[in-house]
Design a protein around this ligand. Sequence first.
Ligand SMILES: Cc1cc2nc3c(=O)[nH]c(=O)nc-3n(C[C@H](O)[C@H](O)[C@H](O)COP(=O)(O)OP(=O)(O)OC[C@H]3O[C@@H](n4cnc5c(N)ncnc54)[C@H](O)[C@@H]3O)c2cc1C
Length: 314
Amino acid sequence: MLDCAIIGGGPAGLTAGLYATRGGLENVVMFEKGLPGGQITQSSEIENYPGVVGDITGMDLMQPWPEQCMKFGLKHEMVEVKRVSKDGDTFKILRANGDIDEARSVIVCTGSVPRRAGFKGEDEFFGRGVSTCATCDGFFYKGKEVAVIGGGDTALEEALYLSKICTKVYLVHRRDKFRAAPNTVKRVENTPNIELILNSVPQEVYGDTMGVTGLKVKNRENGETTDLPVPGVFVFVGNNVNNEVLKQEDGSWLCELNDQGQVVVNLKMETSVEGLYAAGDLRIDAPKQVVCAAGDGATAAINAIGYVDEKFGN
Ligand SMILES: Cc1cc2nc3c(=O)[nH]c(=O)nc-3n(C[C@H](O)[C@H](O)[C@H](O)COP(=O)(O)OP(=O)(O)OC[C@H]3O[C@@H](n4cnc5c(N)ncnc54)[C@H](O)[C@@H]3O)c2cc1C
């Protein structure tokens, strides 16, 4: 029986593993279907992890994390988890090959995946001018013009954030009305350096070996194409949280989720199920930053230690 099973080995899962093992839990396994590190390993540059100065890739940032955790006894299983369920006080971890592990506590850290809009060049230039995170990458476009794709709350909030850093933000939305909160829409409309490009869809992002140099957008009403000479394109068309492991055989969810599928937690990262914690990008209100995911992982582990001690008398 594991004291703690951690599902996912990004910043949240690795930090949970560090705190759980160093804090005294025995038999802690981190189930990560790929190499540990998480989605930040796709980033060519990270400038906002505290204490880390200079040019560093996401891969470089995450490289020492697993070694630090293993030193305190964290075990890594390179396994995809299909389902987490609970039977009495025991959690069951169903592996993709059908094997089942049992655990006293579980910390789910499976992260999220930003949705792509699907226009030409989007994948090719992802991380080289196409981004899904203004907090992460906005600073690289300080004093420059950028385009934002999307019409929901996130797209508008991020356009407002970028308008403080960039000289101009083209906000490209496929409809003539936004889906965001009326107050946010008003703030966007009153921001002089945000130009609305409505009823329009991105057609193609193009560039060279250095990165993006422009975006072509097509008006859906008259078919006209406009060329925006921007070095940065921010895509905010939704985010899928990796919550599938919480789906039960009968289609219900193991714990409470909100209407976007994010796991509802309190400030201890406790879910609605005793002994089950969620940390990082898949929880409600996640700022979707490495430092925040790591903080969540630490919080979840500290509380899992308390739960296991109290419940099972470790
Ligand atoms: C291109 C890019 C640039 C970014 N830049 C920055 C930045 O500059 N600064 C910043 O702070 N943040 C940045 N972020 C955001 C940051 O990467 C995330 O907020 C952070 O990684 C979230 O950590 P997490 O541990 O919650 O989830 P993730 O990092 O998503 O890790 C989840 C892990 O769970 C694993 N997993 C999922 N499902 C299963 C399963 N069923 N079984 C086993 N394993 C599973 C996945 O393989 C993955 O490794 C960036 C993200 C991207 C994509």
